[in-house]
Write a protein that binds this ligand. Structure first.
Ligand SMILES: C[S@@+](CC[C@H](N)C(=O)[O-])C[C@H]1O[C@@H](n2cnc3c(N)ncnc32)[C@H](O)[C@@H]1O
Length: 353
C-alpha cells in the first residue's frame, strides 16, 4: 500500500466510518479521485448498501462518467441489479445522465461480445425450449400460456404485431414467411394484406392443432410447416424466396435468433438467401432484454451489428410499447416479459452495396 493509500485507510478508521461506506459515498459524489484512493487503499468494491445498491448504481446516479468507468474497470458488472431490480442504467436515466447511460450500454456490448467468444460451442445439443415444446399450452382469453404459466403470447402485443405485418408485407400477392404462430395475431394481420403465399412455421403440437381448428389449414394461400424451424429448413427454403419474413418464437435464446439470421441471409454458390434480393424486408419481435431498458438497448446494438455482418441494415422505429398494458395485464403470469415504455420496431433490409 502506498503512503497516500495508507493515509486514506487510517483517516477512515479515525472517523469510524468504514472504507466501504466511504467508497459508496464517493461514488455518489462522482469523486473519481477519492474512489481511486479508496480502492488503492484496499476498500472492497463489491459492497452494497441496505437496498442492494452497488458502487455502480451510486456512480451512475452521480452522473460522473469517470467514476462510472473506474467502477466498471474495478470489476462491478454492467448489468448488476439492486434489490428493487433496478440497473445502474435506471439510475443514470432518472438523473438524465445521457453520457453515463451510453457508457453503460457500451460496457454491456463489450462484455456480451467477450462472453460470446468464451461461450462458443457450449451448446449441449438440446433445444433451448425442449421442455416447453413437450408440455401442454393453454389458450385462455387474451393469452396463450405454457405449463408454468409463462406468457407465450398475449393480446397486448396486437398493435405491435399489426405494425410488424405492415412492415414486412408491402405489396399484394407477396410471399411471406412467419415463424411462430402463437395466437395467430401477426398471421391474421398479414392475411389482410392479401399475400399470394403465406408460410407459417409452428413447432408446438397444441398450437398446431389450434391453427387447424381455426381453419388455417384450409386457406388456399397458407402453407403450414409443422416443426421447429431448425428442423424444417429445406422445406421452408423450398417455399421461398420471401418478400417478407417475420420471426417470433418462444423460449429460445439470442443465439437461436442469430442462427436464424444466418440461414435466412446466407448466400453461397448453390444457396440463395431466403429473403428475396434486393427488396425483401425482415422483422422480428424485439423483446430482447424486455424487462430492463439497459439490457434491451445493449441487445438492440448487438443485433444490429450482427445483422450488418450478414449484409443487413437495421432501422429501429420507436413506437409506444406499453399502450395496451395495465395493472391487469400480468395477473396470473409467472413473470412479466416486457416492462418498457418504448418498443424498437426493427425493419431490416439488404444493405446497399
Ligand atoms: C410468441 S408466440 C408467436 C406469436 C405470434 N407472433 C402472434 O402474433 O400471435 C411464439 C410461437 O413460436 C412457437 N415456437 C417456439 N419455438 C419454435 C421453433 N423453434 N420453431 C417454430 N415455432 C416455434 C411457439 O410454439 C409459439 O406458438
Amino acid at each position: 500500500m502506498s503512503d497516500s493509500a495508507q493515509k486514506v485507510a487510517q483517516d477512515a478508521a479515525d472517523q469510524g466510518v468504514s472504507q466501504e461506506a466511504q467508497l459508496l459515498a464517493a461514488c455518489y459524489e462522482g469523486n473519481s479521485q477519492r474512489v481511486q484512493e479508496l480502492v488503492d487503499s484496499g476498500a472492497e468494491i463489491f459492497v452494497t448498501d441496505e437496498t442492494g445498491r452497488t458502487a455502480l448504481h451510486f456512480a451512475a446516479a452521480s452522473g460522473d462518467v469517470d467514476t462510472v468507468k473506474l467502477v466498471l474497470k474495478a470489476g462491478i458488472p454492467w448489468n448488476t441489479l439492486d434489490s428493487g431490480d433496478y440497473t445502474a442504467g435506471d439510475y443514470a436515466e432518472s438523473g438524465e445522465h445521457k453520457e453515463v447511460y451510453e457508457e453503460l450500454v457500451q460496457a454491456g456490448i463489450r462484455a456480451e461480445m467477450i462472453l460470446r467468444l468464451f461461450s462458443k460451442g457450449e451448446a449441449n445439443g438440446r433445444a433451448a425450449n425442449e421442455d416447453y415444446l413437450s408440455q401442454p399450452v393453454e389458450y385462455s382469453g387474451d393469452r396463450l400460456v405454457d405449463a408454468e404459466r409463462n406468457g407465450v403470447m398475449m393480446s397486448w402485443e396486437a398493435p405491435l404485431m399489426d405494425m410488424h405485418a405492415q412492415v414486412i408485407c408491402t405489396k399484394p400477392d407477396s410471399t411471406v414467411l412467419n415463424v411462430g404462430f402463437g395466437m395467430g395475431i401477426v398471421d391474421t394481420s398479414l392475411e389482410e394484406f392479401g399475400p399470394g403465399k403465406h408460410v407459417i412455421v409452428e413447432a408446438h403440437p397444441d398450437v398446431y392443432k389450434h391453427m387447424l381448428s381455426e381453419g388455417w389449414g384450409d386457406k388456399p394461400n397458407v402453407h403450414i410447416v409443422f416443426g421447429r424451424w431448425q428442423d424444417k429448413l429445406d422445406e421452408i427454403r423450398s417455399l421461398g424466396p420471401y418478400d417478407g419474413i417475420f420471426f417470433d418464437t418462444f423460449g429460445e435464446f439470442y443465439e437461436d435468433l442469430n442462427d436464424f439470421h444466418k440461414v435466412v441471409f446466407q448466400e453461397g454458390d448453390d444457396v440463395k438467401p431466403m429473403l428475396s434480393k434486393p427488396d425483401g424486408i425482415y422483422s422480428f419481435f424485439n423483446g430482447l432484454g424486455g424487462d430492463h431498458k439497459l439490457f434491451h438497448d445493449v441487445y438492440c446494438h448487438i443485433v444490429r451489428a450482427d445483422l450488418l455482418n450478414l449484409g443487413i441494415e437495421t432501422e429501429y422505429t420507436p413506437v409506444k410499447g406499453d399502450a395496451e398494458i395495465d395493472e391487469e395485464t400480468w395477473k396470473g403470469i409467472k413473470r412479466p416479459y416486457w416492462m418498457l415504455k418504448q418498443y424498437n420496431l426493427p425493419t431490416c433490409k439488404w444493405a446497399q452495396k
